[in-house]
Design a protein around this ligand. Structure first.
Ligand code: ZN
Length: 278
């Protein structure tokens, strides 16, 4: 009965309630306290499950060719489901892939381990999985189909899906003077066209001219983390230049995505979606 009552409480209220209940039972027999602990454990377990499964449910978008499901996994890793087919972007072993389906298509943006992870790729790959990556990645992931900056290809995922590679690179930031973390031409951002709904993944980049000139982006995933890419403020300014209808801050470890959201408050026609990536 206690377990049933607690299932209606929020997590933090539950912790507070558990303290007062345990005081209430202070004079009770040890046996009763143990049974209370058991009740609490039983009440907490489904709440924790509900939280993780809520995140797993992801966001659902309507496209001209059915629903597009978007599941943030971690950092730069995202799963998309469309037309009963599964796409994994930059799968990384640090993400929790339990319960997620294997990939029909895998997109890799760059050679760094948070984007190119052979172990994660192997665990999500099926025999017929198509992998698309820049040339620098294909040196390691040899079965990948190479797509270069500016090139476009169409993959049939039940329905045709057009994929365009967008340059991603640093303008100023690098490990030492004269060097950049991401050199132009090595990595790919991607624009995916799901029956007219265009979804953009930035990969690791600063706000380069090729991003500013993107058109008709419905959903954008934009990176922000120092020292490797850009600040949340720079990312927000970047968003104002190409004006996606919806934007997810991602790849933001160490930065506050709320700063990004605040910088875009009041921008008409741009929705910022904060999700739990870490
Ligand atoms: Zn990265």
């Amino acid at each position: 009965m206690i377990g049933y009552a607690l299932s209606f409480l929020e997590y933090k209220d539950l912790l507070r309630t558990s303290t007062s209940i345990s005081v209430y039972f202070e004079e009770s027999l040890m046996r009763r306290r143990w049974s209370l602990a058991l009740y609490l454990a039983m009440a907490l377990a489904p709440l924790a499950y509900a939280q993780s499964s809520r995140q797993r449910q992801g966001d659902v978008e309507k496209t001209a060719s059915g629903e597009l499901k978007i599941v943030p996994v971690t950092h730069a890793s995202v799963m998309l489901e469309w037309s009963s087919r599964v796409i994994h972007v930059d799968p990384w072993s640090q993400g929790d892939y339990s319960g997620l389906p294997k990939a029909d298509l895998i997109l890799i943006t760059d050679i760094h381990p948070d984007h190119m992870d052979p172990k994660a790729i192997a665990s999500l790959k099926k025999e017929a999985t198509v992998i698309i990556a820049p040339e620098a990645v294909a040196k390691t992931i040899t079965e990948a189909k190479v797509l270069r900056n500016g090139e476009r290809t169409t993959v049939t995922l039940g329905k045709p899906l057009t994929i365009e590679a967008v340059p991603m690179y640093n303008l100023t930031r690098g490990p030492s003077p004269g060097q950049l973390y991401h050199t132009k031409g090595r990595g790919n951002g991607y624009v995916l066209d799901f029956g007219g709904k265009r979804v953009y993944f930035s990969g690791d980049t600063e706000c380069v001219p090729e991003i500013k000139s993107l058109h008709n982006v419905d959903i954008a995933f934009l990176c922000m983390n120092l020292p490797y890419t850009q600040t949340p403020q720079e990312a927000a300014e970047c968003v104002k230049s190409f004006r996606p209808k919806t934007v997810y801050p991602y790849h933001y470890r160490g930065q506050d995505p709320q700063v990004f959201a605040n910088a875009l408050k009041g921008e008409k026609g741009i929705e910022v979606r904060l999700r739990d990536w870490y």
